[in-house]
Design a binder for this molecule. Structure first.
Ligand code: NI
Length: 408
């Protein structure tokens, strides 16, 4: 939390962070903080973001942004005009939905809604997209900029609906960012290549023949088959996947039987598959299916396999990442650019955008000295609000750099 008026804090901030904050007038800063806190106090789950949508429309109108359209049911696209007709159109995306978590931060603007919390920082993302709009009205990009306020990221569905709405028609490049408590305010990750993993799920039922627990020879035991599958499936990552590529196959659900002396008719498991390249994703998904069939055949069972496609791997494009790095360097200096220490195996539906157009999804540091280290998706997640101004400045600069880079 910061008001931008605490001299002790001002001393602790880097000059670059202070400069990013100073791009906003004191009253703009006040409105930005009020917007974020209002969203934080009134979180809404995926596809229920009606109140959020209303707050965002009002905040945009207050800043003079009136070219605003409803898209994807509970989302919005707001257009900021550019200075050069025909210049490339750029999109900046902020997601807006919350999580089913009960907040425990004790903040004065903590969630008013029991069981729902902005624990992934999407209140920050929505707010910094609006704040980028404020900067772009004062110092426009050459091209038109579309602020995409996207619903339903947590369920991996919003981006697809935004694409279907046509709001990204003619867009040359898209930029977005996520809060990251592992980095300090003023630090940014904008690397090309994999940034988040694919998130496919599987559900497998092994059908056998049940019977008395004392007479296994009269049955076809699906429990033993399921046990073999759970162990075998780990060899996809340890023996089939290139060790240089991260991958995960996790079995999170195991269900079979209800009595200790009864061999059940069927045994079921479900899990998640994570990969950071399209090729690794195919290898692991195909592998789960093949292995389930193979284990079933070995044990005389029949495997019923359902694979459900989640979000693809998020792969930042080389060109857009270069633009984002230029932008971050301009705003924060070269030392602000950081690398992820290890691959992030979480999912992010921004991946649907970078599959179709130039795009870079950044991580923006939200930690500062003395702050709790609780990460996203925890009840105590509490990012430093200075990150709002930093991210807004970087995103606005991304739009300026990218739309000026391509000339007819
Ligand atoms: Ni998130």
């Amino acid at each position: 939390m910061s008001e931008g008026t605490d001299p002790e804090r001002d001393g602790a901030r880097s000059a670059r962070v202070s400069a990013a904050i100073a791009l906003f007038t004191p009253s703009e800063r006040e409105r930005i903080l009020a917007l974020r806190r209002g969203l934080h106090a009134h979180p809404e789950l995926s596809w229920q973001e009606r109140g959020t949508q209303t707050r965002l429309v009002a905040a945009l109108a207050h800043e003079g942004v009136t070219d605003v359209r409803v898209i994807a049911d509970t989302g919005l696209v707001a257009t900021i005009p550019g200075t050069r007709p025909g210049a490339p159109v750029i999109a900046l995306r902020g997601d807006i939905d919350a999580l089913p978590i009960t907040e425990e931060t004790g903040l004065p603007f903590a969630s008013n809604t029991p069981g729902v919390m902005h624990a992934c920082g999407h209140d920050m993302h929505a707010t910094w997209a609006v704040a980028a709009g404020i900067l772009l009205r004062k110092h426009p990009a050459e091209g038109e900029v579309r602020l995409i306020l996207q619903p339903a990221e947590e369920v991996g569905e919003g981006a697809t609906k935004v694409l279907e709405s046509g709001a990204l028609g003619g867009v040359r490049a898209i930029f977005g960012a996520h809060v990251d408590w592992r980095f300090t305010v003023g630090e940014v990750v904008a690397t090309a290549g994999p940034l988040a993993a694919s998130t496919d799920t599987f559900e497998i039922t092994f059908h056998g023949r049940g019977g008395h627990g004392a007479r296994p020879h009269d049955t076809i035991d699906p429990v033993v088959g399921l046990g073999a599958f759970i162990m075998e499936v780990q060899t996809l990552v340890s023996r089939r996947l290139d060790p240089g590529l991260p991958g995960v196959v996790t079995v999170g659900v195991v269900q079979a039987g209800i009595a200790s002396n009864v061999i059940p008719e069927r045994a079921r498991c479900a899990g998640t598959i994570r990969a950071t390249t399209p090729e690794a994703r195919t290898l692991l998904c195909d592998g789960v299916r093949t292995l389930a069939d193979g284990v079933a055949a070995t044990h005389g069972l029949r495997a019923e396999v359902t694979l459900s496609e989640g979000t693809p791997p998020l792969v930042n494009t080389v060109q857009a990442s270069a633009w984002a790095q230029t932008a971050a360097r301009t705003v924060l200096g070269g030392e602000a650019l950081k690398m992820l220490a290890t691959a992030n195996m979480g999912g992010e539906d921004f991946a649907f955008y970078t599959e179709r157009m130039e795009g870079c999804f950044m991580r923006v540091g939200t930690w500062s000295e003395g702050r709790d280290r609780s990460g996203v998706h925890t009840p105590r997640f509490d990012p430093d609000e200075d990150a709002l101004f930093v991210a807004a400045a970087v995103l606005a600069e991304c739009a300026r750099v990218a739309s000026a880079a391509v000339r007819p």
